[in-house]
Ligand binder design. Structure first.
Ligand SMILES: Cc1ncc(COP(=O)(O)O)c(C=O)c1O
Length: 381
């Protein structure tokens, strides 16, 4: 038998997919399941974005584009960063990608040699260490704590830097914690002198506070962003990188070889998202905020409330260590017995073991029903 490469063999799966697949099996058997595990908007993609894509098809804009992306979309990205954050980026610093995920692979590939280190928070979005390890790099984890609102302590980042450190990655608002990094903290991280990779995919989904782009504080940074979350466009597979100019050509060559270009129709949809979907986004944001407040209130009544209120994305990371230290097992018990999907904390790193991630990308009715079911399950076990 031909052996499977170690690289392909060792890459870790998403545990949340185990939960989701089991949930779908139960649904096929006729069970009613409430999904609080999924990390995707329950809203349809706004109409103006859908129409832009349909028009692109009718105009037969259905071919490869420039490998860096449509100039119209790159200009729209620059306009967005100027209007929202007051930062000037040039279209030739923007590389349009088929989602933030390929963007992560491309940026990591251009920065990390075998054995190089990248500093990541623990908990973290699971793909970060998985992609780094796939490339032969070493994730250098730094625990962040619930009592700090899961914020980095910059002095600890400083202490973690070695001669092999190539970057620190920040993700604000964060998956899975919903944390928004404070401005001063971002400023201090930018001042550490190592490149910062800033995953800004949850920007715009912020409640009562203001998010900041890393580009407000340093040019020694790579921004990763995408349309999946804010514009409810997970299936369109579209995102972008904003990169220091020196790295654009290498990133472009990676894009050409691996992906050629992002999808043309999705790129036209992206232009409409950035230039015309403001009102739709605001409506969705308001609804997420109502759901967030409801979920926090109910979780607190159940003694599962977060120590510090999460202010962004659509997740709450809940400490369930007093119930079980095995989050995978607990998530499956909740699914099987209460009919509610939640994500085991262990998916996001060892430091989130004993936690569960709840997503409020679901209706208030479903959120309340799901939490009622969990309450009954916990009382009767
Ligand atoms: C923090 C974070 N980054 C990146 C992604 C991937 O997004 P995309 O759909 O743009 O590939 C996700 C998706 O869940 C995410 O949570």
């Amino acid at each position: 038998m031909i052996p499977i490469t170690e690289r392909a063999h060792n890459i870790r799966p998403f545990l949340v997919m185990d939960v989701l697949e089991r949930a779908h099996d139960l649904e096929k058997e006729g069970r009613h399941i409430i999904h609080l595990e999924v990390g995707e908007p329950d809203f349809p993609t706004p109409q103006c974005i859908q129409e832009a894509a349909i028009q692109a098809i009718h105009r037969e804009q259905t071919h490869y584009t420039h490998s860096l992306g449509l100039i119209e979309l790159r200009q729209a990205v620059c306009g967005h960063y100027l209007n929202k954050y007051g930062v000037r980026v040039e279209p030739d610093q923007v590389i349009v990608t088929s989602g933030t995920s390929p963007g992560l692979l491309m940026v990591f590939s251009s920065l990390l040699e075998t054995g190089d280190e990248i500093i990541l928070s623990n908990p973290h979005y699971p793909c970060y260490p998985n992609i780094a390890a796939f490339l032969g790099a070493v994730p250098a984890f730094l625990n962040v704590h619930e009592e700090d609102g899961f914020q980095f302590r910059p002095e600890e980042i400083q202490n973690r830097i070695t001669s092999r450190t190539k970057a620190v990655l920040i993700n604000s608002p964060s998956n899975p914690t919903g944390t928004l990094l404070a401005r001063e903290l971002m400023e201090r991280i930018a001042g550490l002198g190592i490149p910062v990779i800033s995953d800004e995919i949850y920007h715009g989904l912020v409640y009562g506070e203001k998010e900041h782009s890393i580009l407000e504080f340093t040019d020694n940074a790579f921004v990763l962003n995408g349309f999946s979350k804010l514009y409810a466009m997970t299936g369109w597979r579209i995102g972008y990188i904003i990169s220091p100019k020196r790295f654009v050509r290498p990133l472009q060559k990676i894009q050409q070889n691996f992906f050629i270009s992002a999808g043309s129709i999705s790129q036209w949809a992206g232009v409409a998202a950035l230039t015309r979907a403001g009102k739709d986004v605001e409506q969705m944001r308001k609804m997420y905020d109502q759901r967030r407040k409801c979920m926090i209130r109910r979780l607190r009544e159940m003694d599962l409330g977060p120590a510090i209120e999460p202010k962004g994305a659509f997740y709450i990371l809940v400490n369930a260590r007093h119930i079980s230290s095995d989050s995978y097992n607990l998530a499956f018990q909740i699914l099987e017995k209460a009919g509610v999907g939640v994500t085991p904390g262990i998916d996001f790193g060892q430091n989130a073991e004993g936690y569960l991630r709840f997503s409020y990308a679901n209706s208030i009715e479903n959120i309340m029903l799901g939490l009622d079911r969990i309450k009954a399950f916990l009382e009767n076990r």
